[in-house]
Design a protein around this ligand. Structure first.
Ligand code: NAG
Ligand code: NAG
Ligand code: NAG
Ligand code: NAG
Ligand code: NAG
Length: 294
């Protein structure tokens, strides 16, 4: 009988060894994490650990900018800094990177990608992010605007002054469309809800994404409506209209329809997860994130 090296029983381990060797040579694409409002890299240590465990050797960077209270700064200002931090990571990743953007970080990522026409993002993962806007009371809101009801916040948000606070940049009051379109200097232009000179360039940039993964769920408790995390939003009756029926989707104003028709948009809806648990929930990682990080 043959020795160890030639025995059939050892073939699987030879194959596994070869695969491990291959992956350590080729490596996994680097992962960049963009944090949410009132948090920072510390809150993403668990997620980084999940990634390291399932894809050993992955270079994971959680951008440490505008952490905690500084996350209230206007989003265009934040986008500039995030873009400059992300650019060199992309540059040194010949085969592209993956981007995981949590909560408000999703809006930052939208701004970064729109204005970074040479980006090489493979998977763009929006993790419980109000990417179609926010219209709801939350503890975050109450902390900053204790005296405001959501129905009155537009008085503040839809002003030049208000647009200097991040939350107002994606405040989307379905009863104040005219004011929103006139004043929103962030979400409205990104969505192509208003005309501007850079629409085509931003759209082209968005279309460079290989896969767009949208993760959210009904027990989130903060993102309102929670469907905003999968690009749904309220109509003027506060009835949620799904992504595919949104006006900016039907007009393909920023490329979402094109991406979706290529089969490049994936939705992962998970019940039973509160907003602050998304990035530390192993089930969410395994079912919605892991397979997009190769
Ligand atoms: C990744 O996992 C390896 C093996 O478990 C460990 O030695 C290493 O410290 C981990 N790296 C990070 C950044 O967590
Ligand atoms: C991970 O990526 C960062 C940013 O590109 C780089 O500075 C760092 O050296 C990398 N770390 C490793 C271990 O490759
Ligand atoms: C278009 O993009 C350029 C370069 O990023 C920027 O300077 C300019 O302000 C943008 N214009 C609009 C209308 O957003
Ligand atoms: C809002 O509800 C009213 C009454 O049910 C209905 O007539 C109207 O068409 C609805 N508007 C929208 C935008 O769905
Ligand atoms: C993790 O997610 C699952 C759903 O996939 C949920 O049932 C569970 O309660 C979550 N755990 C925590 C701690 O949030």
């Amino acid at each position: 009988m043959g020795g160890l090296m030639t025995s059939d029983g050892c073939r699987p381990c030879v194959i596994i060894c070869a695969l491990l060797l291959l992956s350590s040579v080729i490596g996994y694409r680097p992962v960049i994490i963009v944090h949410g409002i009132f948090d920072g890299p510390k809150q993403f240590e668990m997620l980084a650990k999940f990634i390291n465990q399932s894809h050993p050797g992955t270079n994971v960077t959680t951008i440490a900018l505008y952490d905690y209270i500084a996350s209230m700064k206007p989003l265009w200002q934040q986008v500039e800094s995030f873009r400059e931090a992300i650019r060199p990571i992309m540059k040194s990743a010949g085969d592209g990177v993956h981007l995981i953007c949590f909560s408000q970080g999703g809006l930052i990522c939208r701004g970064v990608l729109a204005t970074l026409p040479t980006h090489n993002v493979h998977s763009l993962i929006f993790l419980s992010s109000p990417i179609a806007g926010q219209y709801g009371d939350s503890n975050y809101l109450k902390y900053f605007f204790p005296k405001f009801l959501k129905s009155r916040l537009y008085y503040f948000c839809y002003t030049t002054h208000g647009q200097k606070i991040s939350i107002c940049n994606y405040w989307n009051d379905p009863h104040q469309r005219e004011r929103y379109l006139k004043s929103s200097n962030y979400l409205a232009p990104l969505n192509g809800e208003i005309e501007h000179a850079n629409l085509t360039a931003w759209r082209d940039s968005f279309l460079r994404i290989e896969t767009l993964v949208l993760i959210g769920g009904p027990d989130d408790g903060v993102i309102t409506p929670w469907e905003s995390s999968i690009f749904g939003f309220y109509d003027s009756n506060e009835t949620v209209v799904e992504m595919e029926k949104q006006d900016w989707y039907l007009r393909d104003a920023f490329g979402l329809k094109t991406l979706n028709s290529k089969g490049a948009v994936v939705k992962c809806v998970v019940p039973g997860v509160h907003h602050t648990s998304w990035h530390s929930n192993l089930t969410v990682y395994q079912n919605c994130i892991d397979k997009w990080l190769t």
